[in-house]
Design a protein around this ligand. Structure first.
Ligand code: ADP
Ligand code: MG
Length: 701
């Protein structure tokens, strides 16, 4: 990739000018900007505000909600200073709405404390949070105002992401100077005029000025809500840039060679002969699509999307046999050890009888075992299953023909690509097969996976019974425990899933251990097991095996069991704090039951009160078992970022665009992206540079 600014066809002189040329940017600031990936004026123009600070209005205290940032004004009713464990300054203010708000300071100077006195009027700006005695603002910005308060601001002010050495005030000042050098609109614009007109898109110059430096005449409310035409204009271009980046990854990948794999029919026939079931129509169709790709000299880039339990694993195994039968190797990576282990055991069960040993490589395979595994891979071992350890440096294949990644949304695009770079034959790349149970809505899939072809496994194997789902308030916990007693008395098994919001395995594990103790005491006649992410793989496996063999009646687990775990006799699942999980994740968890022929149920335990959205989401789960429908609704209720999970951030860290709100723009985005890539590659390049920075912070294929 040529670095930075050799976009000769485009008049971008100002754009490529280094930030160090701006007055006031010395060596230290320059270095801080560089660390943030900001080199040129254009890099700064496209550093969009995270949000806005609204000083144009005064919010009545009574209307404040926790988490809201707002400006308030009122009269001080009480001032309290103390030095109990550490200095403390509490100022209670009250406004005409009759409500009070506490301003709290833990770092302050004596003179500052002396400014506050009952009866004075104060205006403050900050984030309201629930404190011990109602709402409070910690370290708000404030000023004491007289009886005739100063005028309100006429416009919003932009707030940017902070980084080391570059505070908001500094960035704002720099931004104004950088924007003063914006070229005329016709020089900045890269979108075809016809398209802009058709979609009613504002010109780029105006849009940039508006989002960075809102003027009093601009629609402030629309801007604050992210619904301003300027934001929509930028959203279009950002989506276009995202799409171009992924399409280009695809183009680059497809331009390379991959091994032709069309043998292996005999191996497939032998595996099918020992399977206790026949493939569903959908499985046969998807396998056909994969085999057609594998038989071509270009790398396959295919995503198989199928609801939980739709039988993706066997499809992947059959694809693997085609590749192995053609003399190449296969790698299968899964995001968690538990899931990887399960794949390992499934594949071993299927391939061992065919004389094909399966290798295992996870992070915990160390020392001599690791050296031995790596040597076998380098020598051409047919298939290896593992975690992201497979993607690390030092892992070499002799002739990798197919890289399978399960539950892709847990891996970033870059991780997937690093597996591909493990190389096939000299100069070639392996085929890629991605499996996901996250039923991503079509609009989103075409954007998030613009580099992949999509196959749908849209049929469940026969004999499944839909899961009955109920939502119960946590006060009814005792009843739920009785339900477990009842189900287990009938020879069934149950899961109890503990969830926390924190991304902390340790806290999760502690919560699960506490529930384990509670259930073991409440259900003395039943054997209760515990599995969580902090356990050693052999321990986890021993517990899972015991549960599988029905030696344990109840399994208390963290969300480690979310993906892949398969115990058909388990017919009841309880999910704690269900309101905290995403719909897609709940649906995925719920997919752990309903795998056998007995009627299964899922109890969503929640802590009241529920917000309107949470209520709507739980209702949706109770009324639908269709993963795609649920995903579409989840997208509408929560937005794309949460649906895909933060780990997708690599490519979908959108700054202005919102895939749910801007979904209607996507068809035009796709059409234009294809046209630019084919007809105006320099223009496509310029758009990429603009959005991903002159330093190109995103990885290259
Ligand atoms: P997922 O798509 O969620 O990864 P799995 O591959 O784990 O689903 O399959 C779920 C279960 O369905 C497994 O127990 C598997 O053996 C079974 N299964 C897969 N395909 C079929 C089929 N065609 N008929 C019956 N059972 C099947
Ligand atoms: Mg699976």
């Amino acid at each position: 990739m040529p670095s930075s600014s050799s976009t000769e066809t485009l008049p971008q002189d100002a754009a490529a000018r280094p930030l160090s040329a701006l007055p006031g940017v010395g060596a230290a600031l320059s270095a801080a900007l560089e660390r943030r990936g900001l080199r040129t004026l254009q890099d700064l123009w496209f550093t969009l505000p995270l949000r806005y600070e609204d000083l144009t209005r005064i919010e009545p205290i009574a209307a404040l909600v926790s988490g809201q940032r707002a400006q308030v004004e009122g009269v001080i009713s009480q001032v309290e200073t103390g030095f109990r464990f550490r200095p403390l300054l509490r100022v209670v203010m009250e406004d005409d709405s009759g409500a009070t708000l506490v301003l709290r300071f833990v770092h302050f100077r004596r003179a500052q404390a002396a400014q506050f006195a009952p009866g004075l009027r104060v205006r403050a700006y900050g984030e309201a949070r629930a404190g011990a005695h109602g709402l409070e603002m910690v370290h708000p910005r404030y000023r004491i105002v007289g009886t005739t308060p100063p005028a309100l601001a006429q416009n919003l002010s932009a707030v940017y992401a902070q980084s080391e050495g570059i505070g908001n005030a500094r960035l704002t000042a720099l931004m104004a100077r950088a924007l003063a050098q914006l070229p005329p609109a016709h020089e900045l614009e890269l979108l075809p005029a016809g398209l802009r007109e058709r979609l009613g898109l504002m010109d780029l110059r105006r849009a940039l000025l508006c989002v960075h430096l809102p003027q009093p005449g601009d629609d402030q409310a629309a801007l604050a809500a992210g619904m301003h035409p300027a934001q929509r204009r930028l959203a279009f271009e950002e989506l276009l840039a995202q799409h171009l980046a992924l399409r280009r990854l695809r183009q680059q990948a497809r331009a390379r060679r991959a091994p032709i794999c069309s043998d292996g029919a005999e191996l497939q026939r032998r595996l099918l002969a020992i399977l206790p079931y026949a493939l569903t129509g959908a499985q046969r169709r998807v396998l056909g699509e994969i085999m057609a790709d594998l038989a071509a000299p270009r790398p396959m880039l295919r995503l198989v999307q199928g609801d939980v339990g739709s039988g993706k694993t066997i499809v992947a195994a059959l694809a693997a046999l085609t590749v192995i039968g053609s003399g190449c190797q296969v790698a299968l990576a899964a995001p968690t050890e538990l899931l990887a282990e399960q794949h390992y055991r499934n594949l071993t069960g299927w391939l061992q009888p065919l004389g094909l040993p399966v290798l295992w490589l996870a992070g915990k395979v160390q020392g001599r075992a690791r050296v031995a595994a790596l040597a076998q891979l380098a020598a051409g071992a047919p298939i290896c299953v593992g975690t992201h350890a497979l993607m690390q440096e030092g892992v070499r294949f002799r002739r990798l023909g197919l890289a399978i990644v399960d539950e892709q949304h847990r891996f970033g695009v870059h991780q997937r690509l690093s597996l591909v770079e493990k190389g096939a034959a000299a100069g070639g790349v392996p085929h890629q097969l991605v499996l996901t149970a996250t039923p991503i809505p079509r609009t989103l899939a075409m954007t998030a996976y613009a580099d992949l072809d999509v196959s749908l496994l849209d049929e469940l194997p026969p004999g499944r019974t839909p899961v009955q789902t109920v939502a119960l308030a946590s006060a009814r916990r005792a009843e739920v425990i009785e339900r477990i007693r009842f189900a287990c008395a009938q020879g069934r098994q149950a899961y109890w899933v503990c969830t926390l919001v924190e991304e902390s395995e340790q806290l999760d594990a502690q919560a699960a251990a506490a529930v384990h103790t509670e259930l073991a005491a409440a259900l003395p006649e039943l054997r209760v097991g515990l599995v969580h992410g902090r356990m050693r793989p052999v321990e986890k496996q021993a517990v899972m095996d015991a549960f599988k063999r029905a030696e344990l009646a109840v399994l208390v687990a963290t969300t480690v069991i979310e993906v892949g775990v398969d115990v058909p006799n388990a017919s009841l699942m309880v999910i704690e704090n269900a309101e905290r999980l995403g719909l897609a994740q709940l649906h995925q968890l719920r997919g752990r039951v309903g795998r056998g022929s007995v009627a299964s149920s899922c109890v969503l335990l929640y802590r009241p009160p529920l917000s309107g959205t949470a209520r709507a989401r739980l209702h949706l789960l109770r009324t639908s078992n269709d993963g795609f429908h649920i995903a579409e609704m989840d997208l509408r209720l929560r937005g794309a970022g949460e649906l895909l999970g933060t780990r997708q951030a690599g490519m979908l860290a959108l700054r202005v665009a919102d895939l749910a709100r801007d979904a209607d723009l996507l068809p035009a985005v796709r059409e234009l992206a294809d046209r630019l890539l084919h007809e105006q590659p320099a223009c496509a390049e310029a758009i990429l540079t603009r959005w991903f920075g002159s330093a190109r912070r995103y990885a290259q294929a």
